[in-house]
Design a protein around this ligand. Structure first.
Ligand code: SAH
Length: 509
């Protein structure tokens, strides 16, 4: 359909209601490919990480606030970039055609001769109630559902909504954008004959880990919203289906729902811990404290790598990063893994072992307790005298292991292959959220994360919860105590699962 090959295309894509789990496959594929991404306030900013690093990312914002583009400016931008031959992704919260002005944007594109595709999304109008335990229809309670804009001023005589008709309508009523005008909406419905006892629920930031919900009736809900300071963006559900919440509220019943947990790891490493916590319902703030900077390989080092099988008896890895960066360089030099020869491998713990397993390599030594000290002790049964060790690691690696191997007569080469630097960027706004809203728990998986976090000197605004520290392993605990942190708990084992289990217990207490 693209008649003019020099013209790009605009994809009007639903970003879903907020949770990354609820994005369509087509949306993800298009985000990965786009030249330009124009996104909204309601799109989960974590999705932008899927975009190409060189893609142009433009925040179109939320209507009615500063730092946003007007609808005309957005339209002009989409047309302009597409006519310049770019593939433009217009990402909109929920579904583009449900109160998203997607229809208007599509019309503008058609009139400008710009080809477009529309990708439906999971609308918050259905998903947010579902995540608060409310099916929008149910044979016993509602056989129809109406989606209504709350943007209309109900007191306007020329309102596009017929309030009498709405009040008499059966089934479920779902208001979007209705929080600010909730008092008018509920009053008008009661005035026009709806029962004041009709159940009402509101769901804020539905399906995300920061979801909040509340309940009342047409008569009481406006006061309750005011008392709680409950704010947009929220879906308002009016009707008997709200009663099902008591039985069906699976999401808010997850063990860590409502618990905000800070995860301090590098951007590359955070996801495994975050995933485990999110599955238990926690609101995770991933705040990277450092990032890994691979160091350039010198010529002499590359020559050593060329002869690695002849030069060493043992290759020892103390971090997944080291495995990744070592083998990235290894495969540049050797096309075949067998160039490792009969090399013995040792790792500090399961995450590092997992990285090796991806290459179908199995370590000979892996201590049961995952510390450098235990790794050093695990060599006890081996003949070390005269054996040659290669230790590729970061600049801040614990010297204990190399010292121990040397003490036992080993010949040890330490290869510093990466450095760590403090993370200053806050592309997803998570740091800002931590400062505004605080958190309940903060996880530390190593001494260096503790030190790096401390160096950032971030603290929540006054009145907001200050997180209690949960540490993985005795060394990390020691470092935290030295830095003056109060430890809520130390995980039984130095694994992510054990850490998560510890928080789960604390969260329930
Ligand atoms: N196209 C969007 C709706 C855009 S109108 C969709 O299909 O979901 C903006 C309104 O959507 C907000 O005022 C709020 O009422 C609702 N909304 C969007 N995301 C939401 C979420 N995660 N939780 C609650 N309400 C949400």
């Amino acid at each position: 359909m693209n008649a003019r090959p020099d013209v790009g295309k605009v994809y009007l894509v639903g970003a879903g209601p907020g949770s990354l789990d609820l994005v369509t496959l087509r949306a993800r594929q298009l985000i990965e490919q786009a030249d330009v991404v124009v996104y909204d306030y309601l799109c989960n900013p974590a999705m932008l990480a899927w975009a190409r690093a060189d893609a142009e990312k433009i925040y179109a914002g939320k209507s009615g606030t500063a730092h946003t583009l007007s609808q005309d400016e957005i339209n002009a931008l989409l047309v302009d970039r597409a006519l310049a031959g770019r593939q433009v992704l217009r990402l909109k919260g929920g579904d583009p055609y449900v109160f998203g002005r997607g229809g208007e944007e599509a019309q503008v594109l058609v009139r400008a001769g710009v080809p477009f595709e529309e990708v439906p999304g999971v609308t918050s109008a259905i998903a947010a109630p579902a995540y608060a335990g409310i099916p929008v229809t149910h044979r016993d309670f509602a056989s129809m559902v109406t989606f209504i804009t709350g943007h209309e001023d109900p007191s306007k005589p020329d309102s596009a909504l017929d309030w009498r008709q709405l009040a008499q309508l059966r089934g479920t009523k779902i208001f979007l954008m209705g929080v600010e005008r909730l008092r008018h909406i509920t009053r008008r419905l009661i005035e026009e004959g709806a029962s004041p006892e009709t159940p009402v629920a509101l769901v804020r930031w539905g399906t995300t880990t920061r979801q909040e919900s509340m309940e009342g009736t047409l008569a009481t809900v406006a006061d309750l919203v005011e008392q709680r300071g409950f704010k947009a963006p929220a879906i308002t559900i009016i009707g008997d289906v709200v009663k099902l919440r008591r039985e069906l509220n699976w999401y808010e019943m997850l063990p860590l729902f409502g618990q905000r947990v800070v995860v301090t790891r590098t951007r590359q490493q955070a996801s495994a811990l975050t995933e485990k916590l999110v599955r238990l319902g926690a609101d995770v703030l991933e705040i990277p404290t450092i990032h890994i900077v691979p160091l350039p390989w010198e010529k002499a080092r590359i020559q050593q790598l060329e002869r690695i099988a002849e030069s060493y008896d043992w290759l020892v890895f103390t971090s997944p990063n080291a495995v990744e960066l070592f083998f990235a360089e290894f495969f540049k030099v050797h096309p075949d893994i067998r160039a490792l020869g009969n090399m013995n491998l040792a790792v500090v713990g399961p995450a590092t072992a997992h990285k090796l397993a991806e290459l179908h390599l199995k370590p000979k030594i892996q201590p049961k307790v995952y510390t450098t000290e235990k790794l050093a002790e695990s060599f006890a049964g081996q003949e070390l005298s005269g054996k040659r060790f290669c230790l590729p690691h970061g600049r801040l690696a614990d010297p204990l292991l190399a010292d121990h191997l040397r003490d036992q007569g080993g010949v040890v080469d330490e290869w510093i292959i990466y450095d760590t630097q403090p993370e200053k960027a806050d592309p997803t706004g998570t740091r800002a959220r931590y400062i505004h809203e605080g958190a309940h728990w903060i996880t530390f998986t190593s001494s260096s994360t503790a030190e790096n976090w401390h160096a950032l000197q971030l603290s929540p605004a006054s009145g907001m919860p200050r997180p209690k520290a949960v540490s993985m392993g005795p060394v990390t605990t020691g470092t935290l105590q030295k830095l003056g942190y109060e430890i809520a708990a130390q995980s039984e084992q130095a694994t992510l699962d054990s850490l998560v289990e510890t928080i789960r217990h604390l969260g329930i207490e």
